[in-house]
Write a protein that binds this ligand. Structure first.
Ligand SMILES: [Zn+2]
Length: 54
């Protein structure tokens, strides 16, 4: 792991016990390099990445 601790970039939750369900994504901001890895807790990951069409 690159980070000793995962903190959700959305809600600030801290991962514990293996960070199951968490997602780490590369935030590639073209205007502010270099890219950095940000983490999402399971709840925020679902909201961010698994949106369902209404
Ligand atoms: Zn979160």
């Amino acid at each position: 792991m690159l980070q000793a601790q995962l903190v959700c970039v959305e809600c600030g939750a801290v991962a514990r016990g293996g960070a199951r369900g968490w997602r780490a994504v590369l935030a590639d901001d073209e205007e502010d390099p270099p890219p950095e890895i940000v983490a999402y807790c399971p709840e925020c990951a679902e909201r961010e990445f698994d949106r369902r069409a209404d």
